[in-house]
Design a protein around this ligand. Structure first.
Ligand SMILES: [Zn+2]
Length: 271
């Protein structure tokens, strides 16, 4: 009971607006004040000590492409400056041979990932709000992470390569004598954490055709070049490979991917 004033203070610290009104009123009411304080403490005592692992962390998830992109080629093909070159604002992305689009895949995985991260305490922002729109441009996708001052950002993709190629890889930014330089080191750590958790959680092999040990360092992606927060891309696998396409079509496997990505992000954020 000696802890009561501290607890009440802590509650007021967290919910300043709620406590601002009752604080002085409670004191003036004399005997009524302790009773009110005890009532307020009861739920707070359960909520406060139980911190979630990602409390206070901000994560921005970028679901690659968008379901409406093919409908507006003029907007999507507009060239934007990604510092090392000019590139189209966005692309339509790839698809499985039977027509399951990368945009639908990245949207589904990203919304699952957002839900998991929120349940672990993180504040999560997505770079698009549906899978029926157009864009945003890759420059804007980076800007959203920067504006949110994300502790970590991840862009979710799947590749479209030759049918015999297998596996996933993580893309990490390179120094370009630009704004991303200061977060290349942290992005490397994030990339390793995501790589390890993805391999462990999904059982998918390291890419047989890109990078080394499922890591690829690039300086041609706007989403990375323009990021001022630690950021990586996950290329979840090859949608043109029959084995991986079948997995990506399975909602249970997409949940497995989302959990693996959440674990990788969490390992990085807790380190
Ligand atoms: Zn993609």
């Amino acid at each position: 009971m000696r802890a009561l004033p501290a607890s009440v203070l802590a509650v007021c610290g967290l919910i300043a607006s709620a406590c601002g009104g009752t604080g002085s009123g409670g004191a003036a009411a004399g005997q009524a004040a302790p009773a009110t304080a005890v009532q307020q403490q009861a739920p707070a005592k359960e909520a406060l000590p139980k911190g979630k692992p990602l409390d206070g962390k901000v994560v921005v998830i970028d679901p690659g492409h968008n379901g409406g992109n093919r409908r507006d080629p003029a907007a999507i093909n507009r060239k934007v400056n990604v510092l090392t070159k000019w590139k189209p604002c966005d692309t339509t992305g790839t698809a499985t041979n039977d027509g399951y689009s990368e945009a639908a895949f990245t949207w589904d995985v990203s919304t699952r990932l957002a839900k998991i991260l929120k349940s672990r305490g993180a504040t999560v922002e997505l770079t698009r709000s549906s899978n029926t729109g157009v864009g945003p441009c890759i420059t804007e996708r980076a800007a959203i992470g920067n504006k949110a001052e994300a502790d970590a950002a991840i862009s979710v993709h799947a590749d479209g390569s030759a049918p015999g190629n297998r596996g996933f890889h993580v893309i990490i930014p390179k120094k370009i004598n630009g704004p991303v330089d200061k977060v290349v080191g942290k992005s490397n750590k994030l990339g390793l954490a995501v790589r390890d958790a993805f391999a462990k959680g999904t059982g998918l092999p390291y890419s047989t055709y890109i990078g080394r040990d499922a890591l690829s360092h690039r300086n041609d992606l706007g989403g990375l070049n323009l990021s001022t927060v630690p950021k990586v891309f996950i290329e979840s696998g090859n949608m043109r490979n029959a084995v991986e396409a079948a997995k990506f079509r399975d909602p249970k496997f997409r949940q497995t991917i989302a959990v693996a990505l959440a674990n990788g992000l969490q390992h990085y954020l807790e380190a």
